[in-house]
Design a protein around this ligand. Structure first.
Ligand code: ADP
Ligand code: GLC
Length: 480
């Protein structure tokens, strides 16, 4: 079966979040099952530089404002999978964040930049761009690739099966309605409701309406998005898809997230050799200017610093966290006011709060390895990957009971501890008070070294690899 994955980012070349991790790992897991999988990516500089042995497949244009577009084919650096890259300098040769300009605002031509991605997918599906390979399934990820199912549905000659995965419904790919003239989509009459969203175009809605199957990245999130609270105005569309909508949990690429081999760590460790984790902790404490104390709870955040991630709740819970005698290390970037508040907290408590504003893959591994507890107090969380990475690193996740966090973290209660199924801590209400209370209880349990060890060992032994989820995706493809 020939599958084309279509997405705007891929680890390690272009990454703004978990989407990139999934787009690197899922196609590889499917290929390992014997499927013929390729990936289609926009030609951002890091992608053109990072995909190996790029060869020209076809040149075409003008299209989407670009005079000439070259479709190239090469191999991904880590997995060796074949990847098509759309080389359109006018649209994609821009450094930095793939969606935002240097001023922090969306590029004004994003509708064209990402329509082209979907358009190329549809024309590959039609066999018009590469006569040697034609996908039977086009699997598009998030709104950036959302027009792929719409362009395919618009071509009556095409029988290509389409799957659309929702990684984050809050990003709906909204543009002014009059931009439709740039897209080459028929959106008059009955078709209009398939992309029109309250006087705007929505690439997300176009995908939700036109894909043969839609899935979200965890079972709980798939249910939540059908409600007013989590639906971002698209819950009605999603409820209308009935059994065409499912939830498939993301996996972890354990070749990247393995504390016994990761090159960024000062000392390797595993469930049977946990001493190395203490070395990682003491070294990080020293590097951050904290007191080097193995028994002081070290709490970490590796996250976008946004309201979605509940980072304002952490700021509200900070006095309680400090009263517990805990240390807090934060790596992330995001909303300006939240960044400023974390910076101020670090300034006020240099011996207990350290904040690294920015993106640093190696440091994120060192923090994950050193910490005792990882906070993920999200308001909503489609899947969440960091809590899964934390588990493998012997770091207990403390999460809000929502979305994929609810599907993966089992709260430590007397019952779950007795049954041996606890792997972290959860709380319900999105409030600093509730978060602070759970941090307090987690710190109390931390003082019980034997109970803590039991939780760590259980979490480290859990298997959230892609194997099961790849089976589910393959079954989904076969069903259509
Ligand atoms: P989301 O995609 O919503 O941001 P996920 O938990 O799915 O959340 O994925 C976040 C990914 O980004 C993880 O791989 C995490 O380790 C990584 N990450 C987040 N912030 C940083 C940062 N500042 N530096 C390095 N990696 C980060
Ligand atoms: C999104 C979600 C996150 C999910 C990731 C990968 O960025 O916010 O919860 O883990 O996509 O699917």
């Amino acid at each position: 079966m020939r599958i084309l994955h279509v997405a705007a980012e891929i680890y390690p070349l272009v990454k703004t979040g978990g989407l990139a991790d999934v787009v690197a790992a899922l196609p590889a897991a499917l290929a390992a099952r014997g499927l013929d999988v390729r990936v289609l990516l926009p030609g951002m500089p890091a992608i053109l530089n990072g995909v190996i042995d790029l060869k020209r497949v076809i040149r075409f244009g003008p299209a989407f404002g670009a005079a000439v577009i070259t479709l190239r084919l090469g191999r991904l650096p880590e997995s060796g999978l074949l990847a098509y890259v759309i080389d359109a300098p006018f649209l994609y040769r821009r450094d930095g964040n793939p969606y935002l300009g240097p001023d922090g605002c969306d590029w004004s031509d994003n509708h064209r930049r990402f329509a082209l991605l979907g358009w190329v997918a549809a024309h590959l599906a039609a066999g018009e761009l590469d006569r040697h390979w034609q996908p039977e399934v086009v699997h598009a990820h998030d709104w950036h690739a959302g027009l792929a199912p719409a362009y395919i549905a618009q071509n009556p000659a095409l029988t290509t099966a389409t799957v659309f995965t929702i990684h984050n419904l809050s990003f709906r790919g909204l543009f002014p309605l009059d931009h439709h003239a740039d897209l080459g989509l028929q959106i008059s009459g009955a078709n209009q409701s398939g992309i029109e969203f309250h006087g705007h175009l929505s690439f997300m809605k176009a995908a939700l309406v036109h894909a043969k199957r839609v899935n979200a990245v965890s079972p709980t999130y798939a249910r939540e998005i059908c409600t007013l609270e989590f639906g971002w105005g698209l819950d009605g569309v999603l409820r209308g898809r009935g059994s065409d909508l499912s939830g498939i949990l993301n996996g972890v690429d354990y070749s990247v997230w393995d504390p016994s081999t990761n090159a960024a760590l000062p000392k390797h460790f595993s469930a049977t050799h946990l001493r190395g984790k203490t070395v990682c902790k003491l070294k990080l404490q020293a590097a951050l200017g904290f007191a080097c104390r193995a028994k002081t709870p070290l709490i970490a955040i590796v996250s976008r610093l946004t309201a979605q991630k509940g980072m304002d709740l952490v700021l509200g819970a900070l006095p309680a966290l400090l009263a517990e005698g805990a240390q807090l290390v934060v790596i992330g970037s995001g909303e300006a006011d939240i960044e400023a508040a974390f910076r101020a907290a670090a300034g006020a408590h240099p011996d207990a709060v350290s904040v690294h504003l920015g993106y640093d893959e190696a440091l994120s591994h060192r923090i994950m390895a050193a910490a005792d507890i990882l906070l993920v107090p999200s308001r909503f969380e489609p899947c969440g990957l960091t809590q899964l990475y934390a588990l493998r690193y012997g770091t207990l996740p403390l999460v809000r009971q929502v979305g994929g966090l609810a599907d993966t973290v089992v709260d430590a209660t007397p019952e779950s501890l007795k049954a041996g199924v606890a792997n972290g801590f959860t709380f319900d209400d999105a409030s600093s008070r509730k978060l602070a209370a759970r941090i307090g209880k987690a710190c109390a349990l931390y003082r019980d070294a034997a109970a803590w060890r039991q939780l760590q060992l259980y979490g480290m032994a859990q298997n959230f690899s892609w194997d099961d989820s790849a089976v589910r995706y393959e079954a989904l493809y076969r069903s259509i």
